[in-house]
Design a protein around this ligand. Structure first.
Ligand SMILES: [Zn+2]
Ligand SMILES: [Zn+2]
Length: 225
């Protein structure tokens, strides 16, 4: 069984997730810890559930999703894994921090190794890497097929989608990414987003005002049989 822990952190209310199996294997997705208190909360959880903590998985490298990378590197030498196309986004994080006048230390090491359809593991549990650009150029989502859950970062939210006005964003590409999720994933897959509450693929297909099956072309292709 997988344990999923969610923290809503930093000035952007970003969702950081801890995922652990029963044997102390754990990963942190998008560590957004901004201050000492937020850092301690995640660190305490990791010590309890993730004695064999393996890695940090990044859906993308926007500032709000990487605030805590350096902290976890200093604490446990955890190195974030990121898609190579988001190296530029990570480089921009420091500038974004300056702009917002927020403290940020870039992680000393990032492994730009994530590849589309790669299978990652937490002990015996497997997640595939889905390449879903549009909000950021190297954005990925992590899909646990057996557990029927998706960590979607800032691609798909409950009732909303990721913004596309930041550098590297592209509205049409984002729409295609979301359509690819709708087409390839079962409707009852639970979606854990980078901001806000959980949802499912099916409920977003039905009622998401930005991309749903009726305005995305899926309805049209279905009606053709
Ligand atoms: Zn983002
Ligand atoms: Zn975000």
């Amino acid at each position: 069984m997988l344990t999923i822990q969610k923290w809503s952190l930093n000035p952007f209310s970003e969702n950081t997730y801890g995922i652990a199996d029963d044997e102390g294997n754990a990963v942190i997705i998008d560590p957004g810890m901004y201050n000492a208190e937020e850092g301690s909360a995640v660190w305490e959880w990791l010590q309890k559930f993730g004695s064999n903590s393996q890695a940090i998985w990044l859906t993308h490298a926007h500032l709000d999703h990487v605030f805590g990378c350096d902290y976890l590197f200093q604490k446990a030498r955890l190195v974030p894994l990121c898609h190579p196309k988001d190296e530029i986004t990570m480089e921009m994080a420091a500038r974004a921090a300056q702009m917002y006048q927020l403290n940020f230390t870039s992680p000393p090491k990032v492994a730009y190794t994530l590849a589309e359809k790669e299978v990652l593991q937490i002990g015996k549990h497997e997640a595939s890497v889905l390449f879903v650009p549009g909000h950021a150029p190297g954005h990925v989502a992590f899909y646990f097929e057996k557990e029927q859950c998706l960590f979607s970062g800032d691609v798909l939210f409950q009732g909303s989608v990721g913004r596309t006005d930041l550098p590297g964003g592209d509205e049409q590409v984002l729409k295609e990414s979301i359509e690819s999720l709708y087409k390839s994933l079962p409707k009852d897959v639970e979606v854990f987003s980078g901001h806000g509450d959980e949802t499912t693929i099916g409920s977003e297909m039905k009622s998401n005002p930005f991309v749903n099956e009726f305005n995305s072309g899926l309805f049209q292709s279905k009606s053709k049989g």
